[in-house]
Design a protein around this ligand. Structure first.
Ligand code: ADP
Ligand code: MG
Length: 861
């Protein structure tokens, strides 16, 4: 290293502490990057790579971005998941002996950005920390832009991944000892940057925010997060709020797959909000409400009391249309109080932000009156919590002019009368300027030169200017000559210079003083941060509830009624499909599931509406449990503890993950964790493998849920053969989506009816898809042949035959009859294998008897 120049040595020393970040090294008006950083940044940012001498044998790769336009480049890198360390010159280059001192003043990371494209108005930006203690995981989160903090204990790594997914966290902080295997899983599934922080001792500030947490693990996880933010951001974190303890068992559990499959906050294919439940519901008027509604959708409630509270307010808003409209109008004017509080603490607010704050606060008394006037137990409770922060509003009104400039360093922000000394300077400056204006008039008069004028520039200050043509009218020695221009002459007088000194002094003092006053004002506003944050909470809740009412009214939703166990939906609709269907009529459907019939086996042709129907039941339950009305004529619903949605891999085209293994993993999770209070949607499970395999698995899954879980289950299948299960499983019922054949073509009615579909219509769909007519005809022939010899094809006992190989299956398709003996033999072999493997000595006589019975039954079937 010794051969490098001192500056490069300084660079390398600083870089050693920020190996996982791009180091933006300030050099005059540029941020420069060197070595690897330069090569990578030039590619990522598409900027020119150059090189410079650094004292070593070879030139050093280098690239740079201008300081004044650096924000965009930083944003780009952070958006791509990188970290950027901002290294500034921390002493005046003129004063420096040797290399100017430089320090990293901030590390900008995906989880800590405060501004720019990465910070969407209606989205939180969560940073997460994790700790593992052998039993489970402690999970903490913060949103630096809003100051929200939370912590939760999570049992499994799957649970952790779910939370990271739900929060959309872009960065995760762990200790360097965090178990590698778990970290690898997280990295595989979540697109989040990983950062290391080994400190997890609380300091005074983090203790103040987390002292109420009794769990030491959670406290440590939060401290780790706090330490990390503190170390990287190096500035005030006064806006961070007390840590909210999330008891995950107070919310409906939905894992990553279910949320994704139900398209709650983003669609599967486009990954955007459009087309999701959030997109349908979000008619909030404030950014705060926009973030809260997403949080609510992600965490439906279990407590009937809490749900009824929300529904109660929605109902009031529905009744009071005019009040609601007024409220919506007022909410439009309310600025993002949470983010504002964050920027106040961070020291990024300007006069305009504070004026926005004032304008927002001006709306609060009206909102408060309105909410109080609704005269309802729930809204009255909300009204009590609305704090208009009147003193703050008055302070801002008193202090700031209506249209302050963007910069806080150029003055002109404070009102006259706010501060006596400032008023005096302003007075002096204004007086001086009046004097100069008067002087101009007077001199014109005396000299008779109409075009004489008094001007100002930074170098010469005030001067009197006379055009060359008029110089002859000027009495020699009247003014002192200062500067000669091409066609004018500039002069000064001692009096003018005297006034100039007064004016400039006053102005300089004025600007300094105003800046100081602004900082003082900002400090005062800081004191209000906690009150502004709790006001923000009230406003965002009101906003979400008015939005529920607005959507419920527009789309004719009804208030759900909660039952112990039964589900009864009359004329239900899929909220999102209904919205996007435009002109076509959505066909409403009923759904009945209760203790007698808790499983529905849904058959029907492709494209008839099976998936839509299942999802509409799940979405209806979710809407109900977040406290919104539901898309149905009548809805009686149980409170579900968990919702599972699984889609057969053949239907799931996402990012090459559509393997049968994923399908089974997803199914496993549901089967392991569902209870009799859960809702399970299995959409064509078993499709991702060969027919007999798939059918056997599907049947075994249905039996298992029926016998051991008792969850409300909707199971759609194209294995028509499964419909005979209705005879064996008491609480299973067949339903189908109706389709009719008209002129040899299939017409989908999208209507659910009792019983099994009479056939599968696959070929009709192929016809709709306009496959060649000849091919369709041939398929019809093959089908007829298959059906005429298909008696033995009826349901296959679950545990029975071994998987047929690909080749076998192909064969069976064309020469069904010949293959059958083969299948019989396979079945016998499977049973014999099972018999061989039985550990007779380990079994009780009863178990042995049972096994024998089972095997015999299979052999006979
Ligand atoms: P399946 O799962 O049976 O193949 P889908 O549920 O995917 O069928 O539905 C296919 C299409 O049919 C949907 O995209 C939608 O446009 C339409 N559809 C489904 N249900 C209805 C309904 N109840 N009313 C009107 N159109 C519907
Ligand atoms: Mg489907």
């Amino acid at each position: 290293m010794a051969q490098y120049t001192p500056m490069i040595q300084q660079y390398l020393k600083i870089k050693a502490d920020y190996l996982d970040a791009f180091l933006f090294f300030r050099l005059g008006d540029f941020y420069e990057m060197f070595f690897e950083d330069a090569i990578n940044a030039s590619q990522e940012l598409e900027i020119t790579l150059t090189s410079r001498d650094g004292g070593g044998a070879e030139k050093i790769p280098m690239c740079g971005v201008p300081y004044h336009s650096s924000a965009g480049y930083i944003e780009q890198l952070v958006e791509k998941g990188y970290k950027v360390a901002i290294c500034e010159q921390t002493e005046d280059p003129k004063q420096a002996k040797g290399v100017v001192r430089r320090e990293v003043v901030q590390l900008i990371t995906p989880g800590t950005v405060m501004e720019g494209k990465g910070v969407q108005e209606k989205e939180n930006n969560f940073l997460v920390s994790l700790a593992e203690d052998g039993k489970g995981y402690a999970f903490a989160m913060t949103d630096l832009t809003t100051g929200e903090n939370g912590a939760a204990a999570v049992d499994t790594i799957e649970g952790v991944i779910n939370e990271i997914y739900t929060l959309g966290a872009k960065e995760i902080v762990v200790s360097s000892h965090f178990p590698e295997e778990a970290l690898a899983k997280i990295k595989e599934r979540c697109a989040a940057a990983v950062s290391i922080e080994d400190q997890d001792e609380p300091d005074e500030a983090s203790e103040a925010l987390s002292s109420h947490l009794s769990d030491t693990g959670l406290k440590a996880a939060f401290s780790r997060l706090y330490r990390y933010v503190n170390r990287t951001q190096k500035r005030s974190l006064d806006h961070l709020q007390k840590v909210t303890l999330f008891q995950l068992n107070q919310y409906v559990k939905m894992d990553y797959y279910s949320k994704r499959n139900l398209e709650l906050t983003e669609t599967i294919r486009a990954k955007g909000k459009k087309g999701s439940l959030l997109w349908l519901l979000d008619e909030t008027k404030t950014a705060m409400g926009g973030r809260l509604i997403k949080q609510w959708i992600d965490r439906p409630l279990l407590s009937k009391k809490e749900i009824e509270k929300r529904l109660g307010v929605v109902e009031v808003f529905l009744e009071k249309y005019f009040e609601r409209e007024d409220l919506r109008e007022s909410l439009k004017e309310v600025y993002d109080l949470e983010r504002l509080a964050g920027r106040v603490a961070f020291g990024n607010v300007n006069g305009r932000d504070l004026i926005q704050l004032k304008k927002s606060l001006e709306k609060i008394p009206g909102i408060l009156d309105l909410v109080s006037s609704l005269d309802n137990e729930y809204t009255s409770e909300m009204a009590q919590n609305i704090d208009p922060c009147e003193e703050l509003r008055a302070l801002l009104e008193h202090a700031l002019v209506e249209q302050p400039p963007i910069s806080v360093k150029d003055g002109n922000m404070m009102k006259d009368g706010y501060h006596q000394e400032l008023d005096q300077y302003r007075h002096a400056s204004r007086n001086g300027k009046t004097w100069i204006a008067e002087l101009e008039a007077k001199e014109r008069e005396i000299t008779g030169i109409r075009s004489l004028k008094i001007g100002y520039n930074r170098i010469f200050g005030y001067y009197i200017e006379v055009t060359r043509a008029n110089l002859q009218h000027l009495k020699e020695g009247r003014y002192e000559r200062k500067q000669t221009l091409a066609n004018a002459e500039r002069f000064i007088t001692p009096e003018l210079k005297e006034k100039e000194t007064l004016i400039l002094e006053a102005e300089e003092k004025m600007v300094d003083l105003e800046y100081r006053l602004f900082l003082e004002l900002r400090e005062k506003v800081k004191q209000y941060i906690p009150r502004l944050q709790s006001l923000a909470k009230c406003i965002s809740e009101l906003d979400v509830l008015q939005c529920f009412a607005a959507v419920s009214e527009k789309r004719h939703y009804t208030r759900p009624i909660f039952t112990e166990n039964a589900l009864h939906i009359k004329n239900g609709r899929h909220p999102v499909v209904e919205k996007v269907m435009n002109s076509q009529e959505y066909v409403p459907n009923d759904c009945v599931m209760d203790a007698e019939k808790e499983m529905l086996l849904i058959t029907g042709p492709n494209m008839s509406g099976k998936s839509t129907y299942m999802r509409q039941i799940a979405l209806t339950s979710i809407l109900a449990q977040i406290g919104c009305f539901v898309p149905a004529e009548e809805a009686e619903l149980p409170l579900f503890d968990q919702i599972f949605t699984r889609i057969g891999a053949a239907d799931d085209l996402i990012s090459g993950q559509s393997t049968f293994m994923v399908e089974m993993l997803e199914a496993r999770n549901a089967i392991l964790h569902a209870t009799d209070k859960s809702l399970v949607l299995f959409d064509e499970i078993g499709r991702g493998t060969s027919t007999y395999d798939g059918m056997a698995l599907a049947q075994a899954i249905i039996e298992h849920i029926h016998e051991h879980i008792g969850a409300k289950t909707l199971f759609s299948t194209h294995y028509h053969e499964l419909t005979v299960l209705e005879e064996q499983l008491a609480r299973l019922k067949n339903v189908h989506v109706r389709a009719v054949e008209k002129d040899g073509k299939v017409v989908f009615l999208h209507k659910i009816a009792d019983g099994a579909a009479d056939k599968s219509y696959g070929i009709h769909v192929a016809e709709l898809a306009e496959l060649p007519a000849e091919l369709i005809k041939r398929a019809q022939e093959i089908l007829a042949a298959l059906e005429s010899g298909a008696e033995n094809d009826k349901p296959v006992p679950a545990a029975a035959p071994q998987a047929l190989s690909e080749a076998d299956e192909q064969l069976s398709f064309f020469e069904a009859k010949e293959v059958k003996p083969n299948r019989e033999a396979q079945k016998e072999k499977a049973i014999a294998d099972k018999l061989k493997k039985l550990e007779i000595l380990e079994m009780t006589p009863l178990e042995a008897l049972n096994q024998l019975y089972e095997l015999q039954k299979k052999l006979k079937s």
